[in-house]
Design a protein around this ligand. Sequence first.
Ligand code: GDP
Ligand code: MG
Ligand code: ZN
Length: 350
Amino acid sequence: MVDWGKLIQIDSKSDGLITARVIGVNREIYQLGVVGRSKAVRGELSGRLRFASESGELPVVGDWVRCADQGDFLLIVDVLPRKTILSRKTAGIRTEEQPLAANVDVVAIVQGLDGGRNFSLRGMERYLTLAWDSGATPLIILNKADLCEEGEAFRNEAELAAPGVDILITSAVEGKGLEEVKKKLKGRTAVLIGPSGVGKSALTNALLGEESRETGAIREGDKRGRHTTTSSRLFPLSSGGWLIDSPGLKEVQLWGEEESVDDTFSEIREWAEKCRFKDCTHQGEPGCAVQEALRDGLIDPGRYGAYLDLRREMSWLESRRSEKYHLEERKKGKTLSKHIRSMKSDKSIY
Ligand SMILES: Nc1nc2c(ncn2[C@@H]2O[C@H](COP(=O)(O)OP(=O)(O)O)[C@@H](O)[C@H]2O)c(=O)[nH]1
Ligand SMILES: [Mg+2]
Ligand SMILES: [Zn+2]
């Protein structure tokens, strides 16, 4: 049985509301872990939250929420301030934030050592940028070690894409490396991200041990039968800590600030500090230390290209966001002036 009481990190206020943590979301139905109750409780959004204009305001897995007790369910009235938030841009053309998990301490980026596209430096860099942007500490997990004899060689490669980030090698099938993962996650909230098929659910199951679910066969109710992860879920680890399994992100659309790209490419940032111009774009300015390091073979050309690509993508995102912001401000301005005009024409109020 889960002791949700362990979850409490927040002083209960004496406003009659209950503090709970979001452990699952399915459309608008929430599953909540409630302090003092062993079973998950159903949660629903209050009207105010439901009509919150930006999806960024809606609670996601990992959020701490304040709820009013309605008997057989809890009415979620407020989302407590987030310590960290892992987001991506929504798929498609809209420039909107899609939060994936809140209040995570560790973002574990899972890759598969089974050959092919399940191990990708460029992919890792994208996930890492999201991870740095979230405010949590990134971690790299190279899974399916049982299918690969050169695990250490892949570790060295991964180090290129993730300088300074801890890298663990695991096999969810054989149990290799799981103790190290447990140690890293102890007392923390972690989310597993990465493309589908790398073994996030298998790792979750292996880390959960007996108490939970089978790979690819997570039963939801009775009828669904086998399916793969469709929405994020938060699980308590008996070794201590909390694990969020997320569905594979087919499109890892960036979201965040340009600085998060620099966190991912920390060796380039170090060289950039020596550039003559503070706002150097490292694309041909005189006195560019990055270009010089590149010529001297001190920066990997693949990394340099990926850095420029991600910077470009992030700055495009930023310009789209500010465009949208100005549009919304203009719209607000228009409705306000309309309102004033109608007030002026309404003689009765003068
Ligand atoms: N050989 C091997 N297969 C694994 C390992 N981890 C996961 N798999 C298999 O890879 C497939 C995808 O795993 P799954 O956990 O659903 O991946 P997810 O999409 O990232 O959640 C399944 O068939 C798993 O059995 C591993 O460590 N070794
Ligand atoms: Mg899965
Ligand atoms: Zn430069």
